[in-house]
Design a protein. Structure first.
Lengths: 277, 277
């Protein structure tokens, strides 16, 4: 069961016009929101970020926050899995003819649920690998847009290299991962790229920073360099579906001899407590 | 009448799954090919560029060149307008679930015809305006991809500023327009950004260079700076639907006192002779 433009219908019945600007131009935005034990996690923050993305590309929000909540609630009553991930996408809608510039159109709204199975601490304690690549994405990564081909190309590289993530650097500064934010711990301080046009302002990124502060780990929103990444004491990635995950190998080199860091363990535990709050 | 995945059907009947990766990720490529008096212009060059785009993102070409020609021919028999523009889009296809990385899927193929009404020389002789903007697009502009949100944003700016095009510069070098290639004439030499990852290798760009050579205008594939653009003797933009168009005002400043250049006139005439060859 998915939601499409006012209707709840089977996924294989859900179709859109070839004239939809989402299909023709990647002209849309999206959100991925975790649902734990039936409760939508940090909904207001996700809806605020959605609004920011819509404002940045000039699409009027088709729903009030209450209407969004009603759509999500109705979908959730159909699917009783304990943990789920809400995917919602808004595109500018379908025009009669393909042209780059746009008039006011009726936005397309698509929402679906996907299974969410966060890894256990035991699984995370094994550590994960990443590779690094130059960041060739556009410079409006603060917009959570569906024009995602660059991210697709990096994610496929991750898969081909059998690693969890591709960590990106622009002019030697670490920006973020293809589908995550990136953090390093060095000398008992947590470093991450500041918010701005070159990274997505992750809701989970904020939660990790909040957790670090609660764990008395000082934070500094300064982009680490590639060298600092490779010589870090700890490297983490975060996303709403991965939560906070320890990276113990980058470009085939172990980080801190491949050991899981104590700061990660503390922050992970605090993050879990936020989920269950 | 449009073509979608093996069928010829009415445009308002043509729909795709919400799971199509073109819709979810802008995971596709496209071509726009002019048709003059029923004859497809530079078809082999467009099909070669299509192949290059497909190769760059790892989609297998679903058709041989002969099959493409058959699809185009069948569409053209339904629409007898003298000049048309063939739009063709290939996406990676629909998966059962949204995930960034991909397996082998059945590609989605969409082809349609749009009316093409190239401006007359009389109309072009009035000159056109442009504005300049920093180029924040990705650095794989050589791939003719459907992840076009940056181009959409620029095209909307052009519309709001009532100009023909937004000319982009990266680190002070002119790359191209939001939907065109850019040329300047200075001291009787034609300058344009060299091919590479920061521009689309336009078929019309090649034809303009070929025309310049035929008109004994020396060419130099070196990116003009922003200052050189503003102080140029002539500024042109090219695309398969606009052909070669004179820009006589940039950022509200006249180029060469707003006069149409003689080199443009010569190259325009030669380009027309190629169309009718």
């Amino acid at each position: 069961m998915v939601y499409l433009n006012g209707e709840f219908l089977a996924k294989n019945q859900a179709s859109i016009s070839v004239m939809d600007r989402g299909f023709l131009f990647g002209d849309g935005v999206y959100e991925v929101i975790p649902v734990y034990k039936g409760s939508i996690f940090r909904l207001q923050e996700h809806l605020q970020r959605l609004q920011n993305s819509l404002d940045a590309i000039g699409i009027k929000n088709p729903h009030t926050n209450q209407q969004w909540q009603d759509i999500f609630s109705q979908l959730l009553t159909h699917d009783l899995a304990p943990n789920q991930s809400l995917y919602l996408q808004i595109t500018r809608g379908a025009d009669t003819q393909r042209k780059h510039s746009f008039e006011s159109l009726t936005a397309t709204v698509f929402v679906e649920l996907n299974p969410l199975t966060p890894k256990s601490k035991h699984e995370l304690n094994q550590g994960f690998s990443a590779i690094t690549q130059a960041d060739f994405r556009w410079q409006r990564c603060d917009i959570k847009a569906t024009s995602l081909l660059a991210n697709i190309m990096y994610s496929q590289q991750a898969k081909q290299n059998q690693v969890e993530e591709v960590i990106l650097h622009r002019d030697q500064s670490i920006t973020e991962g293809a589908t995550s934010n990136v953090f390093i711990v060095k000398n008992n301080t947590l470093f991450t790229h500041p918010t701005g046009p070159n990274i997505l302002s992750g809701i989970t990124r904020d939660l990790v920073l909040e957790s670090a502060i609660a764990c008395q780990l000082p934070i500094q929103e300064t982009a680490p360099t590639l060298d600092e990444l490779l010589s870090a004491d700890e490297v983490w990635i975060s996303s709403s579906t991965r939560e906070v995950m320890p990276i113990t190998q980058v470009d085939s080199q172990p980080i801190n001899q491949g050991k899981i860091g104590t700061h990660w363990s503390n922050v992970y535990d605090y993050y879990q407590s936020l989920k269950n709050a």
